[in-house]
Design a protein. Structure first.
Length: 224
């Protein structure tokens, strides 16, 4: 009898765990590594609480038949999913990307072809940063500001509301994101309060240009 109960419990435990598909990615730096640009408490709450909540809610919202889908597969068919899946799949993807785009290292570099493309599109790197910050400030309420490679293979700055992103099949402006900055207040409010401009201007000091460049290369390889 005890053996039967143990087997039944094991089967139930296995089924519960089988539904937990997505997990919280580990950061490649400590919570305090991005100071003074982003404080350690914000990073800890943002990563371990907010991002974890998106993952937990996404795993709950997906049906068992949807468990084998990767996150980009879900985004590419987002219009066919429920609102809870949309919000939480977007939240998981966006934050997973965001962590890789930040770094405490000070020597990351733009590759020449991306630097040239930015200058061609925005006249100068300083001009690009100003347009990017301006777009982030113009986004009403919560959302994200992105640098994408669009379908015409041109760099474009776009914004999305809430946890939407340019990979979603019903995005108003679609493309491959190579840089994305979180505009939700939980990303900056403890340190910057309502000063979104200060947050956006400060974040350039901790952008991982190696990763941005790598994503640009990926976008170019996808077109071959």
């Amino acid at each position: 009898m005890l053996k039967i109960i143990s087997i039944s419990f094991l089967c139930f435990f296995t089924l519960i765990n089988a539904k937990a598909q997505f997990t919280l990615p580990e950061l490649k730096y400590s919570y305090d590594a991005l100071e003074p640009n982003i404080d350690s408490l914000t990073m800890r709450i943002h990563h371990s609480k907010h991002h974890q909540a998106y993952i937990d809610n996404l795993n709950k919202a997906l049906s068992r038949e949807q468990q084998n889908l990767g996150i980009e597969d879900i985004l590419s068919k987002m219009s066919s999913f429920s609102l809870p899946v949309r919000n939480n799949a977007g939240g998981h993807y966006n934050h997973s990307l965001f962590w890789t785009l930040l770094t405490p290292e000070k020597n990351t570099q733009l590759i020449p072809n991306l630097k040239g493309a930015l200058i061609k599109q925005f006249i100068s790197l300083d001009s690009f940063k100003k347009v990017f910050v301006s777009a982030g400030l113009s986004q009403f309420g919560s959302g994200w500001v992105w640098l994408i490679v669009n379908k015409q293979n041109k760099l474009e700055i776009v914004t999305t509301a809430n946890q939407d992103n340019p990979l979603m099949d019903d995005a108003s402006k679609k493309g491959y994101p190579i840089l994305g900055i979180d505009l939700w207040e939980h990303a900056y409010y403890l340190l910057y309060q309502n000063k979104r401009a200060a947050y956006l201007n400060s974040i350039w000091d901790i952008i991982n240009w190696d990763e941005v460049s790598n994503r640009y290369n990926v976008s170019q390889n996808m077109r071959r």
